[in-house]
Write a protein that binds this ligand. Structure first.
Ligand code: PLP
Length: 283
């Protein structure tokens, strides 16, 4: 496979960094994951905008502007002759330099790479829903930055897996923020509730799309955090992310949601998503 590194293209095997690399040693970097359907990026502008917001937030100067990056990423698709459903992963770190917490000098350029790979849609989960556990959100206050520091997210997701669940719903003192790698929503009396897009959650690109679909279908989209205790009386609960799309949640810890069946509003949003992303094979 061909990858993009800095602003060039090369074979994956040729990508080599010295072991003193700031992404590896400090998690000093940012990333993006973009969904690909039929060889086309979905929510492309939103992801590119967020990458630049993350870069600004950590004072990382990217060596291209948004238009230049979009051109490179489109070329990456064509060089790989990508025609299927997949994902792009891109990361940018503060570069390779002797280990020191202080930023390296201006002469040290960011290390950047991006690759695309196949990722079929998980039709089983999309159709039947997934189970979740709740976990304390022990992350820092700036989760709106899509940073490489994912240890709390990794541990939360692993805990979910060890409990035969798909995701961990995170909460701070009982207030639900988001999941380990997705945003989460509660439906009650025909209204969608989700944590406001503040600094302590990632502003999901699919979340932006869900807000747009809700407005179009006259479903109230209320940015108001809900509590772990609210979930036992929820009509529906669902999560969103670029890799997972819009997934019904049918269980939270030991509580079954909506008799274990995906709800009507979740289904309506899934249909809107498939239409928006021009997906041929619908669920
Ligand atoms: N929240 C977290 C912590 C994530 O890691 C992700 C993405 O993987 C999301 C939310 C969803 O973001 P997006 O919809 O842009 O994929």
């Amino acid at each position: 496979p061909i990858i993009m590194t800095q602003s060039r293209f090369t074979h994956r095997e040729h990508l080599k960094y010295p072991f003193e690399e700031r992404g590896l040693q400090f998690g000093d970097g940012i990333y993006e994951v973009i969904r690909i359907y039929h060889g086309t990026y979905y929510l492309f502008e939103e992801h590119v905008d967020r990458l630049f917001r993350s870069a600004d937030a950590i004072k990382l100067k990217l060596p291209f502007n948004k238009e230049e990056l979009k051109k490179l990423l489109l070329e990456l698709l064509s060089r790989n002759e990508m025609k299927t459903d997949g994902k792009l992963y891109l990361q940018a770190t503060r570069g390779s330099a002797p280990r020191d917490h202080i930023f390296p000098g201006e002469d040290v350029l960011p290390n950047i790479y991006a690759y695309v790979q196949d990722l079929p849609r998980n039709l089983d989960s999309l159709t039947n829903g997934v189970k979740t556990i709740t976990q304390r959100d022990v992350r820092w206050e700036n989760c709106y930055i899509k940073s490489l520091n994912l240890l709390p997210n990794v541990l939360a997701k692993q805990e979910a897996k060890e409990n035969s669940c798909y995701e961990a719903i995170l909460h701070k003192d009982g207030t639900v923020t988001e999941c380990s790698s997705s945003n989460v929503y509660l439906v009650k009396d025909g209204k969608i509730f989700t944590h406001p897009a503040k600094n302590n959650i990632l502003h999901g690109c699919v979340r932006m799309a869900v807000e747009r679909f809700a407005k179009k279908h006259n479903i109230p989209f209320i940015e108001q955090a809900f509590q772990v205790s609210d979930m036992s009386s929820a009509d529906e609960i669902f999560l969103t992310s670029s890799t997972s799309e819009i997934l019904p949640i049918i269980q939270v810890d030991n509580t079954v949601v909506n008799d274990g069946k995906p709800g009507d509003i979740t289904r309506q949003l899934q249909t809107a998503y498939e239409k928006d992303a021009k997906i041929h094979q619908t669920i």
